[in-house]
Design a binder for this molecule. Structure first.
Ligand code: SF4
Length: 368
């Protein structure tokens, strides 16, 4: 940004001091009571920021607490098996984040004696920590005056400035955010900007009459709203195949097993996770239909039919994509199940009641 432009921004566009004061006052009075708020533990902030990427706050709240209970420190996460990390991530979606978080924790354990570096520049050097996450950790945990720019902040700033979409918008917004961040309370300021975007300056219907910084806003609702890409619909079907355990000790106790399939590690979505075998035919005769589930992954709504399939019919009716295993119900809940598999097994009451059941998706639209 040219100096003249920056000076003009300082003088006439925002009245930055006033905007900071108003925003922080609003945040102090209106911020949501979320479990990661108020924490200055860099590891806990890191976990929350990774979980919150592209995931609804409501879905994160419970899983964050369960995750931190099991992995209260970076070292405990680094020492865990990947399958256990993925199992606790189940239902949050975008499992690559969990894998990267786990790998980065191992890297920090090996190279930094288990403590995250303090400066955002050093944090950015770590695998799995980008500019956004580094700024969030450094500003919230250590008070470094660096700006956090996520989708919410980008939207708020472009509306405040009255900037339209352009190729240079991202760079300009980054510069503007850096200029605005409050030097005294950078962590709170960053969280306040994100909160404003999440609660007031909403993507389609901004609540400008409730906005604490409306006085400094150049658009106040008169902005161009980007149209959301239409969701695609896809119909698929999976087999729910259950049998009495063949292991004598289990059988004597009335133990039962469910058939699961391992997604090949070469898959780009959810590699290495366990799911119910997919049926060859998406249509399921009504007498065989066990349940229907709607499940969203990114821009696609999957309308999933679940068919009960006897063991003898599995080979004939399903697509064989990866290794298959009959798994005792109690074991299945500890495995790295896809969100869809966990949802179906939970609804069918095939997972024993256990801590992981508590984190079953709350809505059908939960991302895998
Ligand atoms: S006045 Fe409206 S458009 Fe401007 S920042 Fe506030 S909510 Fe967003």
């Amino acid at each position: 940004m040219a100096r003249r432009e920056r000076d003009s921004l300082k003088r006439s566009l925002f009245k930055i001091d006033r905007l900071r004061r108003r925003l922080l006052r609003w945040y102090d009075q209106n911020k949501r009571d979320l479990p990661w708020r108020g924490s200055h533990d860099p590891y806990a902030i890191w976990v929350s920021e990774i979980m919150l990427q592209q995931t609804r706050v409501a879905a994160v709240v419970e899983r964050y607490q369960v995750f931190l209970k099991r992995f209260p420190s970076l070292m405990s996460l680094a020492l865990a098996k990947e399958d256990e990390v993925l199992a606790l991530w189940s239902g949050l979606g975008y499992y690559r984040r969990a894998r990267m978080l786990h790998k980065a924790a191992q890297f920090v354990a090996q190279n930094y004696y288990g403590s995250l570096p303090k400066k955002s520049e050093e944090l950015r050097e770590l695998p799995g920590i980008g500019e956004y996450t580094a700024a969030a950790i450094a500003s919230i945990a250590h008070g470094e005056p660096v700006a956090v720019v996520d989708g919410n902040v980008e939207r708020v700033l472009s509306r405040l400035a009255g900037w339209d979409e352009s190729a240079k918008l991202r760079r300009r917004i980054g510069e503007l955010a850096a200029l605005m961040v409050d030097p005294e309370r950078p962590g709170d300021f960053n969280q306040a900007m994100m909160e404003l975007g999440a609660m007031v300056c909403l993507p389609r219907s901004p609540r400008c009459t409730e906005c604490p910084v409306a006085i400094d806003c150049n658009t106040r609702g008169e902005h161009k709203t980007q149209k959301r890409a239409p969701m695609k619909s896809v119909a698929i079907a999976h087999a729910l195949s259950v049998r009495t355990s063949v292991r004598k000790s289990e059988r004597d106790r009335g133990g039962r097993e469910v058939l699961l399939e391992h997604r090949p590690t070469t898959e780009c979505i959810m590699p290495g996770m366990w799911e119910l075998p997919q049926l060859i035919e998406a249509e399921v005769p009504s007498e065989e239909l066990r349940m229907t589930v709607r499940h969203a992954i990114m821009q696609t709504n999957y309308y999933v039919r679940i068919r009960t399939v006897f063991e003898d019919d599995v080979a004939r009716l399903t697509l064989a994509k990866g290794e298959r295993r009959w798994v005792a119900f109690g074991e299945a809940r500890e495995m790295a199940l896809t969100g869809l598999a966990r949802k179906v097994l939970t609804r069918a009451h095939l997972l024993s009641t256990a801590p992981l059941d508590m984190i079953a998706p709350a809505r059908e639209e939960d991302l895998i």
